[in-house]
Design a protein around this ligand. Structure first.
Ligand code: 5IU
Length: 260
């Protein structure tokens, strides 16, 4: 039986990676496969949004380097919110350098991403050493990595043989828990797909973003987590109302996939 036909609860029980186990358990408890992409510019905005939308999401996705007044207290407060509302933290860092450099970027610097982000991601453009470098820092801390097998933007270059290489590397590296991409990529082991570029209404933005619906992504393509940003907090939107709407749409799309 395909992983796409199994419940998140079943998949969590048989998974070997601690972050994947926890993610599936949260998804089942909260009946949510929604991740909020919180691209806001200040600490206060990020914390307020995470506190409001927290009850409806399984993962909070951050770009920590866009926060103009970042400090260590922001991370402490995000961790408090993550336990209060039961979600994981995913720093969408998109590492892309050689193994030795990404070790420094992941574990150190101002952001110390490995100390708080349960999940981060990388491009495999430098070769497999990037995964090994990140794993040296992340495995001892019980973290998980997603590979950027595809992107959502118009004209993106992660296709064909490049996407296939991502899949091969993911299968043979235990630190990798899945992909950013638009579909289920392999049945060789239970690798989770998270998909950005999800919207119920808009077709895209002026800078190349393209949106597809939860039904296309989860029911038809077999992806596991929908990542939604401006559809939830964009101009004129009420984040709580929209988060509930996307959580319900994502969960309905998942149930439809299970009970076909
Ligand atoms: N994001 C994408 N597409 C990708 C990858 C990441 O949109 O292929 I990899 C990020 C960018 C932003 C969020 O943080 O996901 C999508 O936000 P909107 O839903 O506001 O477009």
């Amino acid at each position: 039986v395909s992983y796409s036909q199994m419940t998140y609860a079943q998949r969590g029980k048989q998974h070997t990676n601690p972050v994947a186990q926890e993610l599936f358990a949260i998804m089942e408890r909260k009946r949510s496969n929604l991740s909020l992409a919180a691209d806001v510019a200040t600490k206060a905005e990020l914390l307020a949004l995470a506190d409001k939308v927290g009850p409806y999401i399984c993962v909070l996705k951050t770009h920590i380097d866009v926060i103009s007044d970042f400090d260590a207290d922001l991370v402490a407060q995000l961790q408090v919110l993550a336990s209060k509302h039961d979600f994981l933290l995913f720093e969408d860092r998109k590492f892309a350098d050689i193994g030795n450099t990404v070790k420094l970027q992941y574990g150190g610097g101002i952001y110390r991403i490995a100390d708080w982000a349960h999940i981060t991601n990388c491009h495999v453009i430098p070769g497999e050493g990037i995964i090994q470098g990140l794993a040296e820092v992340g495995i001892p801390k019980g973290r998980g990595l997603l590979l950027l097998a595809e992107m959502s933007s118009k004209g993106m270059l992660a296709t064909g043989a490049y996407t296939d290489k991502n899949i091969e590397m993911a299968v043979r590296n235990d630190f990798v828990i899945g992909f950013i991409g638009s579909r289920r990529f392999t049945e060789e082991r239970d690798l989770i797909t998270m998909t950005p570029g999800v919207g119920l209404h808009a077709a895209g933005d002026a800078l190349g973003q393209q949106y597809r619906t939860p039904e296309m992504i989860v029911t038809e393509n077999g992806s596991d987590v929908i990542i939604v940003g401006r559809g939830i907090y964009g101009p004129g939107k009420d984040p709580v109302t929209e988060a509930q709407r996307y959580r319900d749409a994502g969960w309905a799309a998942y149930e439809k996939r299970l009970f076909v």
